[in-house]
Design a protein around this ligand. Sequence first.
Ligand code: NAD
Length: 293
Amino acid sequence: MAARILDGRALAAELREAAAGRSARLRARGVVPRLEAVVVGADPASLAYVRSLQTAGEKAGVEVRIARLPDDCDEARVRTVLHVLGEDPLVHGVILQQPLPAHLELRRIAEAMPPAKDVDATNPLNLGRLAFRAGTELVAATPSAVMLLLERSERSALRGVRACVVGRSSVVGLPVALLLLARDATVTLVHRRTIDLPSYTRDAEVLIAAAGTPGLIRGEMVTPGATVIDVGTNYVDGKLCGDVAYDEVAAVAGEITPVPGGVGPVTTLALMMNVLTSAEQIASASLRREGAV
Ligand code: NAD
């Protein structure tokens, strides 16, 4: 039997409607939710991406502005810009578009991201908070999207479920593993150096592919009935595809996300929802301050 499709576009449409409602309530209080996307240099893919965020933001009620910095900008300047955005009461979310030009080191700059407005969890502090299960952290958009899709799946009750995450990056694989652990799943995190990858993936009731390797997950690597979430975003001969050999895996799995139309659209909405959460928190804090004086 063919797998049920976990439709990211349909979920994104639902989330967009909810986001627009939250935005309307904020605007009624005089708060315009705003995301500032910092782009260093002129990487065409980066600029295309942030422009697509502007369009998505318009529909979700979030104003998206692009702060462009020159290609030869030094680390101190980027850190200063992030600091200024952190202090600006009209800005509720900040993202730093990657890749950065080669002379800039992400790790040092990421630490300057204002934590309360860090809507794609670039500052290591937010990943650390996730590890501590503090509950105060902003969770990066893609890992959030994975969890939102799982909530709509037949495996929404994750307690005790065997989950395998393929990929251990600090932006996707690792935070996804931490989020699954926080939901009491039994998590296996595998990566490029894992020996005998199929022996782990085959054991999983929930399989998350976040490797950036097209077609890595084959039909015989998936247990019948598994829920498969494909985070991979790869271009093969100009065509967007995931990490999962879709037709083969869809014939075995119970549920599957397509690429395109799975994790991607939900990720954009997860980012917008983080901006709204941040705007709501900032607005409430300022109300409390006003009440206190
Ligand atoms: P990354 O290159 O930083 O990390 C890839 C991880 O996968 C590494 O841990 C590596 O060890 C592992 N890996 C790679 N090849 C493997 C293999 N053959 N076997 C086992 N493990 C392997 O990439 P990333 O930033 O984590 O992104 C992963 C994928 O998700 C990419 O395709 C990326 O484009 C995509 N992505 C999608 C979204 C979205 O919104 N849909 C957002 C972010 C990233």
